[in-house]
Design a protein. Structure first.
Length: 117
């Protein structure tokens, strides 16, 4: 069974940091494009960051300079380091994988991130 499982969410004060992890299982995702999305209450899901198998990375303007996506192919995992968190970063964060850039064939169940002011 192919699964993406996120962890690392929680409650943090503004200015703090969290590191989200996404563990993939069921098959290797080393050749997939990986991404982090988030969805705040009452809002549409939005992409936060993407990373290609070869290491090309993009980050949304709203998190650029604060968040960093990375991956460890040996562990079949992808991470999101979030620094200088703001209350507007509060959302459920989802890990996604796809065979092409922007594709999302697989989703995790999400992890809640809450940033208090």
């Amino acid at each position: 069974q192919v699964q993406l499982v996120e962890s690392g969410g929680g409650l943090v004060q503004a200015g703090g940091s969290l590191r989200l992890s996404c563990a993939a299982s069921g098959r290797s995702f080393n050749l997939d494009n990986m991404a982090w999305y988030r969805q705040a209450a009452g809002k549409q899901r939005e992409v936060v960051a993407r990373m290609s198998p070869r290491g090309t990375r993009t980050h949304a303007d709203s998190v650029k300079g604060r968040f960093t996506i990375s991956r460890d192919n040996a562990k079949n995992a992808v991470y999101l380091q979030m620094n200088s968190l703001k209350p507007e970063d509060t959302a459920v964060y989802y890990c996604a994988a796809g065979e092409s850039w922007g594709a999302t064939g697989y989703w995790g169940q999400g992890t809640q991130v809450t940033v208090s002011s």
